[in-house]
Design a protein. Sequence first.
Length: 307
Amino acid sequence: MSTTMQAVRVHQFGGSEAAIIDTVNRPEVGADQVLIKIRASSINPVDWKIRNGLMKQIPLPLVLGRDLAGDVIAVGVDVKVFKVGDAVYGNPGSTFAEYGLAKEGELGHKPKTLSYDQAASVPVVALTAWRALFDSAKLKAGQRVLIHGAAGGVGNFGVQFAKVFGAHVIGTASAANEAFVRESGADEFVDYRSTRFEDVVKAADVVFDTIGHDTLDRSYAVVKRGGVLVTVAGQPSPEKAAQYGIQALYAGASPSTATLNEIADLLDGGKVKIHISKVFPFSDVKQALALNEEGHTRGKIALHISD
């Protein structure tokens, strides 16, 4: 095995030119780590936000990427769950590379029915939606949930999870995505370009915001008293939450082997699906990041790294 590998690194913050494919040292597995031959990754907004310098507390240089799917090629002496040859998926970070390291709790067994490109497109968006709806909002069967950005990566998993677990789902997106959102499980649809959602949605038990900005600000008023507004796209206002008598929470992706395996079971059982809008080869990572930055992608953009 080569002692070097190709990886996408940022040496200085900037636009598309700042994501550079470098030759770097292949990582060595630690006692509590798993070494993975990465077959695929996927693009998340955090990737281009880091590249653009919107998270300047992160030291440079760094390897971009959060998601991966691949094969275990070495395990540390303290690793118990995974073994060499296992196909895995997860979100350990630094995954725009030919090899990567992860702790056990950052990985799950890859869904058997998914390709590596498909599996690599799941972890961040699915874990984010899961944490927001179930860990933060405590969504229950029979409740009404409004999901903003229902055609996007996080929002679409939110629609599917909420429907599978028995909620009444209202999704917002553009009119071009109505069929997609309804097919994903939404009971009602709101075209955000032609209709203000607060004019047609009242007293939702849960609002799940993946958009932020004005959408977040307008969402407090449509949550019923005692309900929950959870966002992954901004910082909620405790003052506004108190004014409306609701909880307002922030949620992000939290790696968990148990949750990743539960999501894999749902995927393998056909209860939820991953939608990929486009697969880019590793060499076209700059174009993949630029497309995601445009903000109108349906589902996910995958990055194919190796066969």
